[in-house]
Design a protein around this ligand. Sequence first.
Ligand code: G4P
Length: 530
Amino acid sequence: MGSSDVKAEAARRRTFAIISHPDAGKTTLTEKFLLYGGALSSGAGAVKAREGRRSATSDWMEMEQQRGISITSAALQFEYRDCIINLLDTPGHRDFSEDTYRVLAAADAAVMVLDAGKGIEPQTLKLFEVCREREIPFMTFINKWDRPGKGALELLDEIEQTLIVEPTPVTWPVGLAGEFKGIIDRKTGDYIRFERTARGSTIAPEEIVSAEQAAKDEGEAWENASEEAELLEMLERNPDIKTFLACESTPVFFGSAMTNFGVRALLDGVVDLVPAPAPKVLKDGSRRAVDADFSGLVFKVQAGMDKSHRDRIAFVRVCSGKFERGLIATAGGSGRQFSTKYAQTLFGQDRETVDTAFPGDILGLVNANDVRVGDAIYTGEPAQFPDLPAFAPEHFMVARVKDTSKFKQFRKGIAQLDEEGAVQVLRLPDIGDQAPVLAAVGQLQFEVAVNRLENEFGAPVELTSTRYSIARKTDAESAPELRAMQGVDVLMRANGLHLALFESKYWMDRVLADHPELTLERMVAEGGLS
Ligand code: G4P
């Protein structure tokens, strides 16, 4: 296969992630995408049903089952129109973790799902901040229009005011939230009327209706919607690919994932707007062409998923070239070579061997022991990707080994978890490894750490809570003054990063106000966009 074929294959890939606050409808929308992509024959419920089918063969799965969450990251692949869609799963978003953020490093765009009744919620904001930091363009799907909620213009306002991004509706709803009748396709001016099917288990029939007919049939709902659509026209709130790619505007779609209303328009938007894989920027600022030698970014490492096999899966987003199973790749971090004989695609717990993959596709490489999150793997010309940012931890616990004779194992385990990015490990310079502070974005990361330290490294630990609740990046110069203050501490990561920990945001704000000379930088996804 020549380079033009690789280019052609890359051009038809669309790789994106859905981001949302819990309960906004991410799972439902994912199911409906599969339904419209023809990958789900039995209708809705398959994504959730899969969770129920899991067998309890490992602690991971037990944890997953008990909590009803998905720890295993995966990408769903399906065809739609002439494109291959890779929908990245942002795992465990009920129990938020750093993985959720890192998955975005593998995406070319995101779909932000909002609940029409709630608008922008705290986790939406944090995920949005990661998108902005990583320059990932995002579309907005305003979900649950089938039930009473905020006004459409009010929601646009909220997006604009909170995110400082211009919302540009691609579709406009006919009928207030709760009285959803259909959408206006703003490009063609068509009115698309929907028909409900039983709990949205099949594709919602759509009917294109003329303006005259719509006025007759829908009365006031149509009148209001077309007036609002005119207003948007006057304000020039029109989708624009250039500002979308620059994260300055977000194309907005209205719908109801549950009843399938507006799902097709959104999927069409994915094909039309999500950029195909582009040459990836490397650490030295150069770019690697999509048809260059194979390279991929490791965006997640999942170890200890199966206790009996000790397997370790590296999730890789293909960035350039053609991947062929069995090729010998170099792991960027260690420089060691390894065979990719066990390459898989994953859908929840279902694994399938993958033989070839192209830019934009996601692979799970089993037993890729030398790779770490953020590493490049490649053949031919070496590749190194820019570092992943440090995400703002929000939970802090002190870890101590229960049995001091296991201290060596504990130390090794802690170091490994830190390197993998499973948790952030912070140390006080004088206490060191005796009682490190584990810092996490989500509580689930602690459970995973405790479980792995005990089962994989043979070092049961005890966690005790701390008084810290927020962290900022600082440096060696500011550290002594901060350490001397009440309610503040400065700890270090193995990579030399200094973190100032505060008891409360209120206290941190006071220190910021009273000591502008100190270095206290926000970390990505601190939330609040201050
Ligand atoms: P999440 O993955 O973002 O957490 O959300 P999920 O899809 O699980 O949806 C959360 C709840 O919202 C579910 O209800 C789901 O059915 C409902 N929902 C999703 N989309 C829509 C929509 O367009 N309209 C309405 N009215 N509801 C929607 P649940 O009661 O928690 O679960 P279930 O019993 O319905 O499965």
